[in-house]
Design a protein around this ligand. Structure first.
Ligand SMILES: Cc1cc2nc3c(=O)[nH]c(=O)nc-3n(C[C@H](O)[C@H](O)[C@H](O)COP(=O)(O)OP(=O)(O)OC[C@H]3O[C@@H](n4cnc5c(N)ncnc54)[C@H](O)[C@@H]3O)c2cc1C
Length: 292
């Protein structure tokens, strides 16, 4: 690994000024679980790293409002989210996802801002947060803006973040009554997914309503399955409906092969597991009505 300068700002303002400087050619670093591997592999060579660790005391809050919306500061670790009783009650899908995401050593240091900025299309949370309609909070010396997670990823390891922006938060709307993430792996259950399917919807008189379906590990970014959503929306669940939605998903999505599986294999997984994801969403633990 090439030598690098480690910058340790004491305040967020200081950090934002450093990355906004025209001569800054480094990268911000949160938990370093991804960036250290990329540096070791020689994929990323930068001469300075901007550590956000020193800002954690003021930027790690997790708040859930009475109506079930969550706001998470960008430097909260995945482990802190997983261990937050209020968040797990308002968004029971999240602990389900964390239970197979990497391992405790990674989750205990990786921060949600670093996680969201990484942009590996195999990650588990981007399709989940897209299905939930979540938004990343991006901050720079120019101000603050929110970016819908389903707009954050622009390509393979590419995000919509500007070079001078840091992710300082995540806003997640109320979790709908039914939500599920189906992580299909070919080796251990906490391995990277070969395909990830996220489904979130409400029930309106027993019929599927306002459904959002996203898949991960399938193309260079999380992919929304609008045709499959159209098949499901307004319908009561049946195995036949699941088969029709799965066929629509396979027809609309151009899947990309990777080291985990060919395009045909991923198509077969989508056909087999999309109905299961919707059915499991119907049976999944419901969000708590009111949180402290
Ligand atoms: C062994 C292992 C297994 C894994 N398995 C899984 C898995 O099964 N599922 C899954 O989803 N993920 C998995 N991951 C990925 C893991 O979740 C990410 O490595 C981690 O979340 C990155 O967070 P971090 O805080 O360590 O980011 P860092 O490594 O610090 O940074 C990652 C990227 O984000 C940038 N960055 C950091 N913080 C910010 C910020 N606040 N604003 C803007 N840019 C920022 C950095 O410059 C870098 O480009 C695995 C990782 C490892 C090492």
């Amino acid at each position: 690994m090439s030598p690098f300068e480690l910058l340790k700002p004491a305040t967020l303002d200081e950090a934002l000024k450093i990355i906004a400087a025209p001569d800054f050619a480094g990268r911000p670093v949160s938990g370093a679980t991804a960036i250290s591997l990329m540096r070791r592999a020689g994929i990323l060579n930068v001469d300075s790293l901007l550590s956000l660790e020193g800002l954690r005391a003021g930027l790690r809050r997790i708040q859930v409002t009475d109506d079930g919306q969550a706001r998470i500061d960008g430097l909260a670790t995945l482990g802190e989210m997983e261990g937050h009783a209020g968040l797990c009650a308002s968004h029971p899908l999240l602990p389900q996802v964390f239970s197979t995401l990497a391992n405790p050593r990674v989750r205990n240091v990786a921060m949600i801002g670093g996680y969201l900025s990484h942009g590996d299309p195999h990650m588990d949370l981007p399709p989940v947060l897209s299905a939930l309609g979540a938004r990343a909070v991006a901050q720079s010396v120019r101000g603050v803006r929110e970016i819908a997670i389903d707009q954050l990823y622009q390509g393979y390891y590419e995000t919509a973040l500007e070079a001078d922006e840091l992710i300082t938060g995540l806003a997640i709307p109320r979790q709908p009554a039914c939500a599920c993430y189906k992580k299909v792996t070919t080796r251990a259950r906490h391995d990277w997914p070969t395909l990830g399917i996220a489904a979130a919807f409400d029930l309106d008189g027993g019929r599927i309503a306002r459904v959002r379906l996203f898949i991960g590990a399938a193309t260079d970014r999380p992919l929304r399955l609008r045709q499959a959503e159209a098949v499901l929306d307004g319908q009561g669940w049946s195995a036949e409906l699941g088969r029709r939605a799965a066929q629509a998903a396979v027809d609309e999505a151009t899947l990309v092969p990777d080291s985990h599986g060919s395009m045909e294999y991923k198509q077969a997984l989508l056909r087999a597991y999309l109905p299961e994801a919707v059915e499991q969403a119907l049976q999944a633990p419901k969000p708590a009505a009111r949180q402290a």
